[in-house]
Design a protein around this ligand. Sequence first.
Ligand SMILES: NC(=O)c1ccc[n+]([C@@H]2O[C@H](COP(=O)([O-])OP(=O)(O)OC[C@H]3O[C@@H](n4cnc5c(N)ncnc54)[C@H](OP(=O)(O)O)[C@@H]3O)[C@@H](O)[C@H]2O)c1
Length: 296
Amino acid sequence: MTATMIDGRAVAAEIRAELRERVEKLRRRGVVAGLAFVLVGENPASISYVRSKAQACGEIDIHSETIHLPAETGQQELLAIVGRLNADSTWHGVLVQTPLPPQIDEDAVACAVAPEKDVDALNPVNMGLLLRGEPAFLSCTPSGIQQLLLRSGNDPGGKHVVICGRSNIVGKPLAAILMQKRPGANATVTICHTGTRDLAAITRQADILVAAMGVARGITADMVREGAVVIDVGNNRVPDASRKSGMRMVGDVDFEAVAEKAAAITPVPGGVGPMTVTMLLWNTVQAAERVAGLAG
Ligand SMILES: NC(=O)c1ccc[n+]([C@@H]2O[C@H](COP(=O)([O-])OP(=O)(O)OC[C@H]3O[C@@H](n4cnc5c(N)ncnc54)[C@H](OP(=O)(O)O)[C@@H]3O)[C@@H](O)[C@H]2O)c1
């Protein structure tokens, strides 16, 4: 392997240490940063995600609480709870874990979280502010990717960033973050998707290539320019008879072959993954700092 490994666990640990200091500074001012989670139903993955996010809060002294509601909770009841959390100054962030049961409209819930408490950045108001280049909460996985680039010495400024994937949680907000006219961004951004003709011809133009397609090893070495920086967002479970579980996690990049060509690459696991929860903590601290008059 010739590529440098971009270690998401190390970058996440560095940021969490910085956040811990900011949380302490807030406490010295009498502000306890708080994040409320709302969990509906018994989806095991959702329960486990919320538990690990709450644990991450605890590790840097953010106060959190989880409101666990039955699977049959109605939309109006959930919206009323979100409304109460919006109005409660204990909480600087409010996060409703998705997916939600079928009787609940996820978009309505995303819109109901107050934009100033929308630390998961799912409210269209934050997406709109981001696009306009105004202060906004940034979607967690994309802002984690920006931090990974910056803290690994790969400033996107002036680079051609090609993003494969246009979802509302990864591809689109990442494009909006990196295209802004400001330090740490200022990239030329191309977005690819299933309607893209000759994907490889475009990915080969990338200085920074971001794979967020949900296609196991979809980016092969012939699609990558020699010396490119490759960010793998994918989380795909594939069969692996050698594992006890019979499965293993692979990214959207054919890691071994691409690592022979790339200058730097993120592994899966241990690349983008650890950044997502870290940036949720970041947004929560930022929300509390705004309330405390400390945010820049
Ligand atoms: N590490 C993390 O924290 C984290 C966070 C979020 C997501 N993920 C992972 O990242 C991946 C993407 O997630 P997502 O939620 O953004 O996925 P998504 O909503 O399924 O969107 C996938 C995007 O990729 C495009 N795409 C799919 N196949 C393609 C192909 N063969 N060529 C070009 N474009 C293609 C789709 O195009 P169309 O729009 O044309 O359909 C779509 O825009 C998944 O593996 C997910 O598990 C990881």
